[in-house]
Design a protein around this ligand. Structure first.
Ligand SMILES: [Zn+2]
Length: 655
């Protein structure tokens, strides 16, 4: 069923954040190993070197608390929980030996949830989603900033606010940036068909939000499972926190077309009687981003520029690298423009009150990205390559010891590699790395050279016993890649990954290691996506993006030597595209129907959507009244059979 599956990359991309796997609970999970002596030592040394007794962040995370739902359990679209904070009830007291105490502290902070007053006139609902919803009191209603990831959590957050603050309408919506956790829940606050209100977004928002990662979505959806630990139990040996918030919600994703675009800095406007000064901050944390200042409250809405963690210049699920310099410059510009702020609040986590503390936080983040950028290039200019740079780069002492710029979400190590990648790409200039053997082939030769599987296992066990788990992982990765059914090798590699996960300060690093361990033991190769949940988003996606996703599906070798041409006429949006396959490349162009096409296909965009989300199949397509084929039906079917059907269940920790 080629057509049925052809749009999935886009859909998975749309849901890569919303792709939650199993529910919590250790039922049926293979036993995880206990923390080794080396892990216990490593974690206690973290506890000794950080001021874990400093309660300032906890006071801020609780400040202004009004109310919450208890238990906080939000129903999803198909009976599964959209959001379940009860699963994290185990996160209390001192860190268990299987969790880095710094991450444990962050996990406790991120567990605060409810409706909070930031200052009179500004409220936030936090802990109802990965992200925050902010409500600003306007003259007639609420200006809602960032309506969470999915409609279900957004509706629950809105209901909580209405119960305690009064039943006011939504008078405007602001999308701070193009990531789905900041707009996807819009249908929960502005039901489809509700009276239209101003919708403010940064320049490029719609294009970035609907097309981000269209082409790479399948692999990204699979990789996101590792990054967010969606398949892991929530427990002291499983997922504890993302570093940026508790987890990823599950539910219905939508979008709304902006009516007001922020495309300059500063850009002043009044929304429902409230004065705003906007900052357009593109190419920072997201390609389309804004921040805003409320001069009458002296309050700065920071979007995702400066959360209580070092953020990602490179995201482990796989995205284009972000621009460290631009990010740093936009923070500096905010300091310059809004330097009299008395409070700052963002898209994740808790606010910071007081001018000196807020600016101190901004300066630390500005300088952290700048430091990673500048020092990576300094070391590269001395000839160091990515792994060497990452191994030695540390933030300066003033930034290293403050919690707000630590490695909870992004890490200095992988961000340094991102800076290298931005300037130099994948090649480190060592010809040994120009054309090395692929992993499985190299693994076989390494294992043979080391004396065979038993010898490698023995070496790896010794390394693991000595606490050298990074080295043990390298050895065992070779062994598993040449002997994937070697049970002892898989089990030891799983145990090694677990120790690395238990020591990780970063939520995504922990989840990556522990998901690797889980898949070595359980052979799970999952990605759990229901694209029907994103139909609201897809309705706003340009036809070109759907066709783009088709071009990267074309099986090149199978298409070699074929020459086919079709007119695709979308009758409902009155757009015609000419698709031509030649040189094993599928091109599409919006144009008048080509007279020499093999067939002209008339269909609706809506049919394409239904096919994409699996509500209609190829049979329906061919039989449908909505689809009309003039010309060669056979050639059309031949063409459709050339499109790949990846299901995103490829192996990662095995060959
Ligand atoms: Zn975010």
């Amino acid at each position: 069923m080629p057509l049925r599956r052809k749009l999935i990359p886009l859909l998975i991309a749309a849901l890569s954040l919303a792709a939650c796997g199993r529910d919590s609970g250790p039922g049926g999970q293979p036993a995880a190993s206990a923390a080794t002596r080396h892990t216990i030592d490593a974690n206690s040394s973290v506890a000794r070197t950080l001021p874990l007794e400093d309660m300032r962040d906890f006071e801020d995370a609780r400040r202004g608390f009004i109310a919450s739902d208890a238990p906080l359990l939000i129903a999803g679209p198909d009976g599964r929980a959209a959001w379940d904070l009860e699963g994290y009830a185990f996160v209390q007291g001192d860190a268990p030996p299987t969790v880095n105490p710094s991450l444990w502290r962050q996990a406790k902070l991120d567990g605060h949830h409810g409706l909070f007053e930031v200052v009179p006139g500004i409220h936030q609902v936090r802990g109802y989603d990965l992200s925050n919803m902010t409500l600003i009191a306007g003259r007639t209603g609420w200006i809602v900033v960032d309506p969470l990831t999915v409609a279900e959590t957004a509706a629950a957050a809105m209901a909580l606010a209405r119960r305690h603050l009064g039943d006011r309408p939504v008078s405007a919506v602001i999308f701070t940036h193009s990531h789905v956790d900041h707009f996807g829940g819009v249908d929960g606050v502005l039901p489809p068909g509700a009276a239209s209100v101003p919708v403010v977004a940064p320049a490029g928002f719609m294009e970035e939000a609907t097309s981000e990662n269209v082409l790479a979505g399948v692999a990204m959806g699979r990789r996101a499972l590792y990054m967010y630990g969606a398949a892991l139990p929530r427990s002291a040996v499983g997922h504890v926190d993302t570093g940026l918030g508790k987890g990823v919600p599950f539910g219905t994703v939508g979008i709304r077309e902006p009516t007001i675009i922020v495309d300059r800095t500063p850009q002043q406007m009044e929304l429902d009687g409230v004065r705003f000064i906007f900052q357009n901050a593109p190419h920072s944390e997201a390609p389309a981003t804004l921040t805003f200042y409320l001069p009458d409250h002296k309050a700065w809405g920071s979007a995702d520029l400066v959360p209580h963690t070092l953020h990602n210049l490179y995201t482990l699920r796989g995205t284009k690298v972000r621009d460290a310099l631009e990010w740093s410059r936009h923070i500096d510009r905010a300091i310059e423009l809004f330097g009299d702020m008395e409070v700052m609040f963002g898209g994740h986590q808790w606010p910071i009150w007081g001018n000196a503390r807020a600016l101190d936080h901004l300066r630390a983040h500005r300088d952290a990205y700048r430091y990673i950028h500048d020092q990576t290039l300094r070391l590269a200019n001395q000839g160091h390559t990515p792994r060497e740079i990452a191994e030695q780069l540390e933030l300066p002492s003033a930034l290293r010891t403050r919690f707000g710029t630590r490695d909870y979400y992004g890490t200095v190590r992988h961000n340094a590699k991102a800076v290298y990648q931005a300037y130099f790409g994948w090649y480190d200039a060592n010809p040994a790395n120009l054309d090395p053997l692929p992993p499985a082939e190299a693994a076989g030769k390494y294992v043979a050279a080391m004396g065979g599987a038993d010898k490698v296992l023995e070496l790896a066990r010794a390394a693991h016993d000595a606490g050298e788990d990074r080295w043990a992982a390298m050895l065992l990765d070779h062994l598993v890649f040449t002997a994937p059914s070697h049970a002892a090798a898989r089990e030891l590699l799983a145990a090694v990954y677990e120790q690395l996960g238990y020591r990780a300060e970063s939520g995504p690093w922990r989840d990556a290691y522990l998901t690797g361990a889980l898949e070595l033991r359980d052979d799970i190769q999952g990605t759990t996506i229901d694209p029907r949940r994103a139909i609201g988003l897809l309705r706003n996606t340009p036809v070109e993006r759907f066709l783009d996703s088709m071009t990267v599906r074309l099986d090149g070798p199978a298409a070699d030597g074929k020459h086919l041409k079709f007119n695709f006429v979308f009758t409902d949006v009155d757009e015609t595209y000419v698709l031509e396959l030649e040189n094993a490349v599928l091109r599409h162009r919006r144009a008048e129907p080509a007279p020499d096409a093999d067939a002209t296909v008339r269909l609706t965009r809506e049919l394409l959507l239904r096919l994409g989300v699996g509500e209609a199949g190829i049979k329906e397509l061919v039989m449908s009244d909505e689809l009309e084929v003039q010309g060669s039906r056979l050639k059309l079917l031949d063409f459709l059979s050339l499109l790949d059907k990846p299901d995103g269940r490829f192996p990662i920790v095995t060959p």
